[in-house]
Design a binder for this molecule. Structure first.
Ligand SMILES: Cc1cc2nc3c(=O)[nH]c(=O)nc-3n(C[C@H](O)[C@H](O)[C@H](O)COP(=O)(O)OP(=O)(O)OC[C@H]3O[C@@H](n4cnc5c(N)ncnc54)[C@H](O)[C@@H]3O)c2cc1C
Length: 396
């Protein structure tokens, strides 16, 4: 068995496979060590099984990073159009959804097969079920001890991803390696994840479970208008997942249930046009009836049956404010169990933005989700995986 390599990539996910392939194209002897029994498992489950592999509208504003400029170089080196060209070269059919999101027409497996085929064709060796015991510096390079062999390499690329989906047995190995070499790791937490609630709100959301409406969710100065989904545990849907990237635990979130309207003005108009109609029925013209009923009962039970003509400006203004700026306080999130990503990670101050190489440990690279770069929902996390991997591979 060959144990000498130019590059060992730890982690056979999106970033690891892209990096391995690109490095091998540059005549590097490349080994991928993947802990689980198969490569690309997260790709397989992504995008509801259809993999939202990139987005037509990628800018640095779509990423959260303690250094907002960090992502720019990699995103420029390998763009969404480069990945689209790759997908097209492999005859993978795809389609565009809202906000420029690109999904496979068929299954996410096609993306894994594409990466596997490119790795095979360029001579990348892939070892699955590889359990790493130790990574150390040896003779100017690195030595990696696994349960089956000891490997030597000039460069190591850490592409072990984040901690979401515990059933996939993610590991903190990459964070530990960063710390081993004195590199800071910023606090991590589950993100792009549904909110949970307790008490009365949990009961109400449970009764509304399965309903979805378009809403604007805001945290601080950041807002997203997207579908909001009621669940048995709380709130989910794209609007919620997006805002969790910007939300801090124990903060409330502002929910605008009528994002296209000034709710107060709408109610004043309705008072004129439907003076005999009850407030509840008027609200039912603008929101699904069960949502209107539950919320009115929660906020202003005394107003529900009141005819519009009898409603005072003060009452309509208070209701309008609730509809446009409802402050909800989540008790938490569903955590890593259902999170799409891990926010935070290896501090970008310790990495070159051009190459992803550690500034303190030559020959050690970090790519993909393990880095303190988190994309918005919509294919941005994969684009970061492809771009950071490419930038790294072309520096190896
Ligand atoms: C349910 C779900 C749906 C998603 N859908 C989308 C989507 O549609 N679009 C999008 O852009 N993003 C999506 N994401 C996010 C996206 O999957 C990740 O951001 C992306 O996979 C990160 O790539 P990565 O290579 O850094 O990590 P991963 O793809 O997670 O790969 C890391 C690899 O490292 C391996 N590994 C871990 N520890 C070790 C170790 N100690 N030794 C060896 N190997 C190890 C893991 O087994 C894994 O194969 C989704 C995530 C989830 C959970």
């Amino acid at each position: 068995m060959n144990t000498q390599f130019d590059v060992i990539v730890v982690g056979g996910g999106a970033a690891g496979l892209m990096c391995a392939w690109q490095a091998a194209l540059r005549d590097k002897r490349v080994l991928v060590l993947e802990r689980s029994n198969k490569i690309g498992r997260k790709i397989l489950m992504s995008g509801g099984g259809r993999c939202n592999f990139t987005n037509l509208f990628v800018t640095s504003d779509n990423f959260i990073c303690s250094n907002p400029h960090f992502v720019k170089s990699a995103l420029k080196q390998y763009t969404q159009y480069d990945f689209i060209a790759l997908v097209e070269a492999h005859n993978i059919a795809y389609h565009e959804r809202d906000h420029g999101q690109l999904f496979c027409d068929g299954k996410a497996k096609e993306i894994v097969s594409m990466l596997q085929a490119e790795c095979d064709a360029s001579g990348v060796q892939i070892k699955t079920r590889a359990l790493i015991d130790d990574l150390s510096v040896q003779n100017g390079g690195y030595q990696i001890k696994t349960d089956r062999a000891v490997f030597s390499t000039a460069s190591v690329v850490i592409a072990t991803g984040g901690l979401s989906i515990p059933s996939m047995e993610p590991t903190p190995f990459g964070y530990d390696v960063a710390r081993q070499f004195g590199m800071p790791v910023l606090p991590i937490r589950a993100s792009l994840v549904p909110y949970t609630f307790s008490g009365k709100l949990k009961e109400i959301f449970g009764r509304l479970s399965g309903n979805a409406i378009a809403a604007t969710l805001s945290s601080g100065k950041t807002s997203f208008t997207d579908p909001l989904l009621f669940t048995h545990r709380g709130l989910s849907g794209p609007a919620v997942l997006q805002i969790t990237n910007y939300w801090q635990p124990r903060q409330s979130v502002s929910v605008d249930l009528l994002p296209d309207d000034n709710a107060f003005e709408l109610l004043v108009e309705a008072r004129q046009s439907h003076p005999k109609m009850s407030l509840r029925n008027v609200l039912g013209l603008h929101l699904p009836k069960n949502i209107a009923q539950e919320l009115l009962t929660l906020w202003f039970p005394e107003l529900a049956q009141k005819p519009m003509g009898d409603c005072a400006n003060r009452e309509l203004r208070a209701l309008g404010e609730q509809l446009n700026q409802w402050q909800v306080l989540p008790s938490g999130t569903e955590g890593y169990r259902t999170a799409e990503v891990t926010l935070g990670g290896v501090d970008t101050d310790a990495l070159s933005s051009k190459t992803m190489e550690s500034k303190v440990q030559p020959g050690l690279y970090f790519i993909g989700e393990i880095v303190d770069v988190t994309g918005h929902l919509g294919g941005f996390n994969f684009q970061w995986a492809w771009s950071s991997a490419y930038a790294c591979a072309h520096a190896l």
